[in-house]
Design a protein around this ligand. Sequence first.
Ligand code: ADP
Length: 303
Amino acid sequence: MSAALEARGLVVRYGPTTAVDGIDLDLARGEVLALLGPNGAGKSSTVEVCTGFRPASGGRVTVLGHAPDDDAVRPRVGVMPQGGGAYPAVRTGEMLHLVADCAAHPIDPGRLLDVLGLRHRARTPYKRLSGGEQQRLALACAVVGRPELVFLDEPTAGLDPQARHLVWDLVRALRRDGVGVLLTTHLMDEAEQLADDVVIIDKGRVVAHGSPAQLTAGDQTELRFRAPAGMDTAGLDDRLPDGYATTETTPGRYRVQGRIDPGALAAITSWCADQGVMADDVQVVRRSLEDVFLDLTGRELRP
Ligand code: ADP
């Protein structure tokens, strides 16, 4: 069976601006791929090519084994664009039925309204829905036709935590059903919770690629502990090999950045003992996806 999505050397140019500069993507069916990047990284341009909305300036993209703008592939792909969109006067339930009627084997629209917490809004006109409800309706419209591949652009931006969890549950259900899901997000926990694979792009290029566990593995960890405020930690750094740095982040809380292996842990606790203090609340902290992102792009994930 063909992959859900494959991109090789994708390039997107707008006049003299190269927005996407040769990226590769692979998404299998039944997997979730999160595309992360700061604003202007090239995420939307990438998604626009993959959904057949814009031609590539270079490289090759296949969607379910076809060109993205192939008519044969359109009914098999669901797209939730940012900002959604519907006729202002159409009622929520009508809108979803309208989209479902275009599909050969749609999901029951009523069930989808239940899953996304929209049942009580079925008779409400689109323009009277809250932003979060409009967004959930856009998601419902993207999946009601039982697509084999779904593109979700910032699917939970602006949703409250409860609605966010409804959306996450739906994404997990899609994955279980063998649907390939490509999502763009600014939310690290969303990528960590949902994605099998994460691609971080910056300035149109892939700067990191792997599962959340692979991206956050490695030895860049840190150790935190509590001890009396105001200790002179220069002596501790002298005991550790080059590359370690200790700071007192707030009075009485210390952070040692560097590779925390058994030797480093022993050096830290023995230095504390030599000072006659007990290192309390000792924690070894792994890097988060957010730390990885910051290291790679120098920027916060949120715009
Ligand atoms: P992201 O979705 O990651 O924020 P975009 O794909 O929207 O990134 O944009 C990537 C780059 O391409 C940015 O520098 C942006 O200004 C530029 N860009 C996007 N769309 C257009 C356009 N229609 N015309 C000219 N430049 C564009």
